[in-house]
Design a protein around this ligand. Structure first.
Ligand SMILES: Cc1cc2nc3c(=O)[nH]c(=O)nc-3n(C[C@H](O)[C@H](O)[C@H](O)COP(=O)(O)OP(=O)(O)OC[C@H]3O[C@@H](n4cnc5c(N)ncnc54)[C@H](O)[C@@H]3O)c2cc1C
Length: 444
């Protein structure tokens, strides 16, 4: 790389799935006034992309032909009003850092993905959703203002009223409208740091639908773990929860229980080991079934207890698949998806089934929409895994559904365009300087 460049070529900059392995030119600024110079850097001549904590699974956070700005050094809080719950922070602040600041003051994120190791910028750029989608919608519904640096150096403030078109394109805009410098967010009031959780093992998808329907009104958070292996297909464990109001506002600690120090051999997760795990998990939850009080870190972020758990999938990494299918086709589509997985002989270790509500996001390219969503991860076995995912795509397409770019590294252009019918409008708002490996595949 040119000696005058502020970017360094690195071979260890991977997304969470660890399948795509291409060197990235990366710079990690610590102050916002370093950003303009990066726009003109020789390494960024082709294009640029801001990235966060790299919790996206595929190639939406990679830019092999240009350069990437790692925003995690821009992690300063700008303002927090503990009376109203309005927070403004630089985009590299993580959800974990936000919680440590705001939980002791009685506030929580309006919605949260299943890991707190996500930056505010990444959460906006993927318009992330959580277990409370039916009550709160996605993250974009709670963003009040954004600071955006465009590729030509212009600094803009965006809100639903000011630069509204660009605001809509930036929520779920995959980093392609510019560098999000800061985010202003309306937090949610909580009565304590604990939730009353009900754990309900169920035996079939019919039972899942009944539980989902009866829980929507009464519970703020709902989610299910689902078994897709032939022996247990259709069964699962439904969790539903509400915040308690007993006033202990203890934020989570920083220590993970464990670290995955090395890649496990690729064959560790196979249909036998996953079937055995599922059997154990289901039985353990049948035993634990009932009500339990859990700290938010246990309920929302169980996987964060093991750092680098993605190494469990071995050197070849894992492929994620997450779809949403509309209500009208949700039941037959979920039956068909589960059947296809069971027949494939491949094993999804972490399968999550959830329903979305009908609160619309302001984002032009937002993934959540009314219906049901299924998230799966498969150890990467090359063609065999891609073939299965192609079958899952076909079922999703037939059902009128969509795929989630945050989880994707291989969807077809056709599938992308069907998933995001407003993509051409979005392409008009895209910043010509910004690009990603994902966007090159989808729209170039
Ligand atoms: C264990 C686990 C559980 C998850 N659970 C959920 C879930 O329940 N719901 C859900 O919606 N997602 C979930 N995800 C996905 C994750 O929330 C998203 O991929 C999130 O966007 C990652 O944020 P990040 O900071 O790691 O960003 P990255 O993955 O680094 O980047 C994501 C996107 O954001 C863009 N971006 C990042 N920072 C900026 C910035 N400052 N300006 C402009 N663009 C930027 C990047 O260009 C890229 O397009 C999960 C991921 C993991 C690993």
């Amino acid at each position: 790389m040119n000696a005058a460049s502020r970017f360094v070529e690195r071979g260890d900059v991977l997304s969470w799935g660890r399948v795509v392995r291409r060197p990235q030119r990366l710079a990690r600024p610590h102050f916002a006034d370093e950003l303009p110079a990066l726009l003109d850097d020789p390494a960024a001549t082709d294009s640029l992309l801001a990235i966060g904590l790299r919790r996206s699974y595929g190639d939406s956070g990679l830019n092999s032909e240009g350069a990437v700005i790692d925003m995690t050094g821009l992690d300063h809080f700008i303002a927090f009003d503990a009376g109203t719950g309005l927070l403004r922070a630089e985009a590299g602040v993580s959800l974990s850092q936000v919680l440590q600041l705001v939980v002791p003051k009685g506030w929580f994120l309006p919605t949260t993905p299943g890991t707190r190791f996500v930056t505010l910028g990444g959460a906006v750029a993927n318009d992330v959703h959580g277990k409370n989608h039916h009550r709160a919608g996605s993250m974009g519904c709670h963003v009040t203002r954004l600071g955006l640096l465009r590729g030509d150096g212009e600094r803009l403030e965006l809100s639903p009223e000011e630069n509204a078109g660009l605001f809509a394109a930036t929520i779920g805009g995959l980093g392609l409208t510019g560098v999000i410098e800061w985010v202003e967010l309306k937090l949610a009031k909580i009565g304590s740091a604990f939730l009353d959780v009900e754990i309900i093992p169920y035996g079939s998808l019919d039972e899942f639908w009944a539980l989902a329907e009866e829980s929507t009104e009464r519970f703020e958070h709902t989610v299910a773990w689902a078994d897709c292996m032939p022996a247990g297909r259709g069964r699962g464990v439904f969790s539903r929860a509400n915040w308690t109001y007993e006033g202990d506002y203890k934020a989570h600690g920083d220590r993970a229980w464990k670290n995955m120090p090395v890649d496990l051999p690729g064959f560790t997760l196979n249909k036998l080991s996953v079937s055995a795990f599922n059997e154990f998990y289901f039985r353990a939850h049948r035993w634990k079934a009932g009500r339990v009080r859990q700290h938010y870190s246990v309920f929302f972020y169980p996987l964060d207890a093991i750092h680098n758990w993605n190494r469990l999938y071995g050197k070849r990494g894992m492929l994620q698949f997450q779809c949403v299918v509309p209500w009208a086709s949700a039941r037959p589509a979920m039956d068909a998806l589960m059947a296809a997985i069971a027949q494939s002989g491949q094993a999804s270790f972490l399968t999550v089934l959830k329903t979305f509500g009908d609160i619309a996001s302001p984002g032009l390219m937002s993934f959540p929409r009314p219906g049901a969503t299924l998230a799966l991860d498969f150890p990467n076995r090359g063609e065999e895994t891609l073939a299965l995912m192609g079958r899952l795509d076909a079922i999703t397409r037939e059902a009128g559904g969509a795929l989630y770019p945050a989880k994707d590294g291989r969807m077809s252009r056709e599938m992308f365009r069907l998933s995001f019918p407003r993509w051409e409008e979005f392409a008009q708002a895209k910043d010509p300087k910004m690009n990603s490996d994902f966007w090159r595949r989808m729209a170039a």
